[in-house]
Design a protein around this ligand. Structure first.
Ligand code: PMP
Length: 379
């Protein structure tokens, strides 16, 4: 007996697509050049590590209040006030994933719609469905811009929220102020909440990213995180900030699910917010430039401005993004097919959060595959 009969249909439907095949293939690789990871490769700055160790040694290991330690919440409030002149309610979550789950459970009635841009972060559609809502996808190919008219067309009487993510995973796009302003106006006109996933906010290489906090602060729910900025993805730390009633109801859901974020990590994240990471951001900007330089000419892509991803079109000659990823795996390079992030299977995602030699070696192999495909298609 395998227990298959116990599994709910809504869960069985998740992740049964091509991505499983890729993971199976990847499991057979020996010492691959892994450009698939969604986490930074730098070491956690020492003062942040020390703060966590120290907290554990001082026996700060129990529950905290659901909303998070007052000292951390005050630090987050100060950050938002200094950065955006914004004074929302704030609340500490278990990663941005935790914030997303709580937010969707807190706002969605059965059948309510949430609009997302395609390409989207892998979990968005699934979490909306699990919370009883319906994801509505707006295709942003080929330039990945947030086109106000396309979003306007997707709005119905059931629309509750628009979920945006800038800098974006998987495209690395940082949306312009005009795009964010357009979405904010739509939200005002149709009384929608904007959920703004800004987990890569500090990893922005061409200036600070635009945010709906500037254009519609009263209806923005900010979800931010520590994992990517300080390389503490395993600590499961994030925060939510926004309208009082939404934060209040999210806290209720957290009380009965996650209970609270881990106490030692909460304490260390206060130190993290006082730690300068500009040199690390500089290193990542250099990696972005290295990746862009190595892939230019071989692949079609929009130059990324944030995060640590490049989202490339599969070269001509490959029927799908997945087909190209299978070929890349055969050549010892692991990348993620666009079908994980999109209703289309035309692209693949490279993560440049790896040591420079690995990045160079991986991009060289991928570019060579593209060159061979070009030669084959012209001969
Ligand atoms: N949103 C985006 C856009 C992400 O890329 C990720 C992590 N890859 C998350 C949310 C989840 O972040 P966390 O690890 O803080 O739950």
């Amino acid at each position: 007996m395998t227990g298959e009969n116990f599994v709910a249909d809504k869960i069985r439907g998740i992740g049964a697509s091509g991505i499983r095949k890729i993971f199976d293939l990847a499991a057979t690789m020996k010492n691959p050049i892994d450009l698939s990871m969604g986490q930074p490769d730098f070491k956690v700055p020492d003062p942040i590590k020390r703060a966590a160790i120290d907290a554990i040694e001082r026996d700060k290991n129990g529950y905290t209040v659901t909303q998070g330690l007052p000292a951390l919440r005050e630090r987050i409030k100060r950050h938002l006030s200094e950065r955006h002149d914004w004074s929302p309610d704030v609340f500490v979550t278990c990663g941005v994933s935790g914030g997303l789950i709580l937010a969707l459970y807190a706002i969605l009635n059965p059948g309510d719609e949430v609009i997302v841009a395609d390409p989207y972060f892998v979990s968005y559609k699934h979490l909306i469905n699990l919370a009883g809502g319906r994801p509505v996808v707006v295709d942003t190919h080929p330039d990945f811009k947030l086109n106000r008219d396309a979003f306007a067309k997707a709005i119905t009487s059931k629309t509750k929220a628009i979920l945006i993510n800038s800098p974006s995973n998987p495209t690395g796009m940082v949306y312009g102020a005009d795009e964010i302003e357009g979405i904010s106006e739509l939200a005002r006109e149709h009384d929608l909440l904007i959920i703004s996933d800004e987990i890569y906010e500090s990893l922005s290489y061409d200036g600070p990213p635009a945010t709906p906090i500037r254009f519609a602060p009263e209806r923005t729910l900010l979800l931010a995180g520590y994992g990517k900025s300080y390389a503490v993805t395993g600590w499961r730390m994030g925060y939510a900030a926004g309208p009082e009633a939404v934060i209040r109801e999210m806290a209720k859901v957290q009380q009965f699910t996650f209970v609270c974020a881990p106490q030692p990590a909460q304490i260390a994240c206060i130190t993290a917010m006082d730690t300068d990471i500009s040199h690390l951001v500089g290193d990542y900007r250099a990696k972005r430039d290295l990746a862009v330089g190595a892939l230019e000419g071989a692949f079609q892509f929009s130059k990324p401005s944030g995060g640590f991803y490049v989202y490339c079109e599969a070269p001509h000659g490959y029927p799908s993004g997945t087909a190209f990823v299978e070929e890349a795996i055969k050549n010892n390079v692991l990348v993620v097919p666009g079908s994980a992030f999109s209703d289309r299977d035309t692209h693949f995602r490279i993560s440049y959060a790896v040591p420079n030699e690995r990045l160079e070696a991986g991009c060289k192999i991928l570019s060579e595959l593209a060159r061979r495909a070009r030669v084959a298609s012209t001969s």
